[in-house]
Design a protein around this ligand. Sequence first.
Ligand SMILES: NC(=O)c1ccc[n+]([C@@H]2O[C@H](COP(=O)([O-])OP(=O)(O)OC[C@H]3O[C@@H](n4cnc5c(N)ncnc54)[C@H](OP(=O)(O)O)[C@@H]3O)[C@@H](O)[C@H]2O)c1
Length: 263
Amino acid sequence: MNEKVTVITGASSGIGEALAKQLGAKGHRLVLGARRENELKRVAGGIGSNAIPVTTDVTRRKDVEHLKDVALERFGHVDVWVNNAGRGITKSVMELTDQEFDEIVAVVLKSVFYGMQTIVPHFQERGQGHLINVSSFLGRVPLIPYRSIYSAMKSAVNVLTANLRVDLKAKYPRIHVSTVMPGVVDTDFQKVAGSPFPVRAGSTLGPQRVQSANEVAVQIVSLIDHPVAELYTNPAAPELAQQYFRDVALFEESMLRRRSSGN
Ligand SMILES: NC(=O)c1ccc[n+]([C@@H]2O[C@H](COP(=O)([O-])OP(=O)(O)OC[C@H]3O[C@@H](n4cnc5c(N)ncnc54)[C@H](OP(=O)(O)O)[C@@H]3O)[C@@H](O)[C@H]2O)c1
């Protein structure tokens, strides 16, 4: 059994829940954070006494620090910290209000910043650890204009994660820093974001097959066993990213063609 101590934010549903269940089955000791206490208790209760639910709002630095404190009190150290909590919004750049903009900055970007600043000093003390930031393919390629600020903040997550990785690499070679970029995943994400397009695992959306939360979690479990800098969970993603960076104008034209043909 693998007895790593792993903290996961956004563990009350979707990818975080699936990851918690899979790691729990492998023997990880878990500290799970999210705002909905009942949902979090349901997830932790299904895993067993080695999963501790901690009501957490990741937009508050104090809550994130409390999550770490509980992990240290309960298990003595942290091996893996997964900044997974987040939510989207379905608004174009020109439709966004100031309040919506600030909310997404807080929940997508600031939450990850808080998580990094909270756990990295502990990893530095131990000389080891694995930080995993769940970003999005939309942080690499701005594929969906109505995800606007969400996509922009995930891009910022990618950059901060890469900056931290380089900062730590020379002095702390046993601290791993990874970015996970899922494509479209069948979770509550679309509903919470107010998306008019429900997605189903196994169906196709544009060039991507919609993944299930379990499929994505399997890949994150494997990432914990074999750390790499960046993980695209959707098989179509690497080629799409290359197409984008090869010729942005051509890529955007093909997006517009797909949009007008309804695919
Ligand atoms: N589904 C996709 O298509 C997709 C694609 C790419 C990337 N992602 C990313 O994957 C991650 C997980 O999303 P998901 O697809 O699993 O969606 P989900 O089922 O809606 O899960 C989102 C999780 O984040 C938590 N959360 C939201 N706001 C929070 C806050 N202020 N404080 C603490 N927890 C908060 C939610 O818990 P509470 O509501 O209980 O707080 C929930 O556990 C997100 O970072 C998302 O951006 C998703």
